[in-house]
Design a binder for this molecule. Structure first.
Ligand SMILES: Cc1ncc(COP(=O)(O)O)c(C=O)c1O
Length: 382
């Protein structure tokens, strides 16, 4: 495992007694980012009207400029939402698909998003289908051709993960978006994990919609999600909760969805600056190296088939590895086993089912230590 000595100065809120291998779920906060949010909360509590009513809009606009520069997109097209799920909900409720339209995703779709799509089509006389992309996957072209071959004449919208939750595989979204454009299929990218994990330029991708989280790999406060919309949808995309500024401009509408805690947005901009001080490229490549090394170590040790190439070319900072065959668990048993590893060994790592097989998903982050994987193995066998 690579040396983490350069990053030791970064202090995290995490309990140092926990071997934390699950950055992917809810991220984790550097002390600096957490304290900045707490300071914003204190300011709000000292003078709520001044903070939120008179200064809130300008404070959020400044944060939006920082965040949009980081995501490489126009700030006028960036709306803040609580989380990626809500961003997808906003897109769906703003769509006007004709009867019989088909929405497609892939077998890698995040389960919460799957249920959201199911509930949308039930109410809107449309259909939803998932294109199977089995693992192991060896090339990006394989993914692109499976997706394109999976379209039907009714396919209107593709909802595609940028980084898949269970498998950790990075989808070649640039190629997918341009192929969909040629076919007249709209694309909603679910980038819940991408900001901070990948070198992201939303302008370069230019899908129809892009949703993401800043509380995962950007290490911002929980509740910092965003929705970016292509300019053609600026007037037709609305937040789930419509309030005072309906039809008064995209960012005006998204900035006021009723009273909310804007400190998560302000804290997300602080997190962007925190990462810039270290260097986002350095953070990304460190985390990628850790994930790739952990993946190779387990695949070699267990002699299992790797879900993606062992050179790390199809993953970011998360790697999922199939557990050896004697771990035969259903979903409930997996979550009980995961909780047991936490309670007995203080190892936090997600165990999930992928295509009926138990997998472990390992996240690399600046706080990862060289013996984390040994502690995980001891907990698994303990
Ligand atoms: C690919 C993907 N999409 C969506 C989500 C949902 O994110 P949130 O709970 O922040 O809405 C997740 C959560 O991990 C995810 O991995």
């Amino acid at each position: 495992m690579v040396s983490v000595e350069n990053f030791e100065k970064v202090k995290w809120m995490l309990d140092p007694e926990i071997t934390y291998l699950n950055h992917g779920s809810f991220g984790a906060r550097p002390v600096e980012v957490f304290e900045a949010q707490v300071a914003f909360k204190r300011e709000f509590e000292r003078s709520p009207i001044q903070f939120l009513d008179r200064e809130g809009k300008e404070r959020v606009s400044v944060a939006r400029r920082t965040i949009s520069r980081f995501l490489d997109c126009s700030d006028e097209q960036l709306g803040f939402v609580e989380n990626a799920t809500t961003g997808i909900g906003c897109v769906l409720q703003s769509l006007s698909l004709s009867k019989g339209s088909e929405i497609v995703s892939t077998s890698h779709v995040y389960n919460g998003v799957r249920q959201l799509l199911r509930s949308y089509v039930e109410k809107n006389s449309c259909t939803y289908r998932e294109i199977d992309i089995p693992t192991p996957i060896a090339t990006n072209d394989e993914i692109v051709s499976r997706i394109l071959d999976g379209f039907s004449s009714q396919t209107t919208l593709l909802v595609i993960d940028h980084v898949a939750s269970v498998t950790g595989i990075v989808f070649p979204v640039a190629k997918i978006i341009s192929a969909c454009r040629e076919r007249g299929v709209a694309v909603l990218v679910d980038g819940a994990h991408a900001p901070g994990m990948l070198d992201l330029s939303i302008n370069a991708l230019s899908p129809d919609w892009y949703v993401g989280n800043l509380h995962k790999w950007v290490c911002g406060p929980p509740g910092a999600g965003f929705l970016w919309v292509n300019s053609q949808y600026l007037n037709s995309t609305h937040p789930m909760t419509v309030s005072h500024f309906y039809e008064q401009g995209f960012t005006n509408e998204f900035d006021w969805q009723g009273t909310r805690d804007i400190t998560s947005i302000l804290g997300a901009a602080i997190a962007v600056e925190w990462g810039s001080t270290i260097g986002w490229q350095k953070i990304r490549s460190h985390n990628h190296r850790i994930a790739t090394e952990m993946q190779k170590r387990l695949v070699d040790l267990w002699g299992v088939v790797s879900m993606s190439p062992l050179d790390g070319s199809m993953i970011g900072a998360m790697a999922s590895v199939q557990l050896p065959a004697h771990y035969r668990f259903d979903e409930q048993e997996l979550s009980a086993f995961q909780a047991r590893m936490y309670h007995c060994s203080r190892v936090e790592v997600p165990l999930m089912l992928w295509q009926g097989t138990p997998v472990v998903r390992l996240s690399g982050q600046l706080y990862s230590k060289s013996d984390d994987i040994d502690l995980f193995l001891a907990a698994l066998n303990g």
